[in-house]
Design a protein around this ligand. Structure first.
Ligand SMILES: Cc1cc2nc3c(=O)[nH]c(=O)nc-3n(C[C@H](O)[C@H](O)[C@H](O)COP(=O)(O)O)c2cc1C
Length: 185
């Protein structure tokens, strides 16, 4: 199996991180991989915010969990109330992903959510290739109605991604995928 396929098959969401800091050049490489994702109409409708300050990450984690507790959705409230739960799992780096709100290039259909998602997948695979763990964080969305998470003007916060060295067993569940999700016509 080549390195690209191995990264795709073996990457797992990492939910336990060590305190070991991530080198700035590795963070830059991961971001660079995101920037090379395909985008509809070549629009690159994204912006990335890098958090590597422990206090800043923990403050955002606390705010996000408070928003989960206030969501009114039983499962989400229960997660937010779990004293052991941290939305960023103690990761030393969190990358915020922001999508551009409006058409920048005339005639181009802006598909920021798809484009940003492609960037996140690229970043996850690049991080894996560097021996780093990641987790895509969609639950941060409960915070967005109240807090734009430092999104620049003209952009919406969409997702977060944790980044750091794994502190636990990487495979948290067996590597298997649902059957019957492909039809050959
Ligand atoms: C859009 C999206 C949102 C996600 N949000 C979260 C999240 O908020 N918290 C979390 O722990 N995992 C989150 N995940 C990770 C998934 O749970 C994970 O990718 C899935 O269970 C498959 O496991 P794997 O990544 O180890 O292959 C998210 C994944 C995606 C694609």
């Amino acid at each position: 199996m080549n390195d690209v396929l191995r990264a795709i098959m073996e990457r797992r969401s990492i939910r336990k991180y060590s305190d070991r800091p991530v080198k700035r050049e590795d963070i830059e490489t991961v971001l660079q991989a995101g920037l090379y994702a395909p985008t509809g109409g070549d629009a690159e409708p994204w912006h990335f915010g890098v958090l590597s300050d422990r206090e800043m990450i923990d403050a955002l984690d606390e705010k996000a969990r408070a928003a989960m507790r206030a969501s009114g959705i039983d499962r989400i409230v229960a997660m937010g109330e779990n004293p052991k739960y941290r939305i960023f799992f103690g990761a030393p780096v969190v990358i915020m992903i922001y999508g551009e709100k409006v058409l920048r290039k005339t005639g181009t259909h802006l598909s920021a959510l798809a484009d940003c998602s492609a960037a996140i997948q690229n970043m996850q695979l690049a991080a894996f290739s560097l021996g780093l763990g990641t987790c895509w964080i969609g639950l941060i969305r409960y915070l967005f109605p109240a807090d734009r998470c430092m999104a620049p003007e003209g952009y919406d916060p969409l997702y977060a991604m944790t980044l750091g060295y794994s502190a636990g067993p990487e495979a948290i569940r067996p590597r298997s995928r649902r059957e019957g999700t492909v039809t050959w016509f």
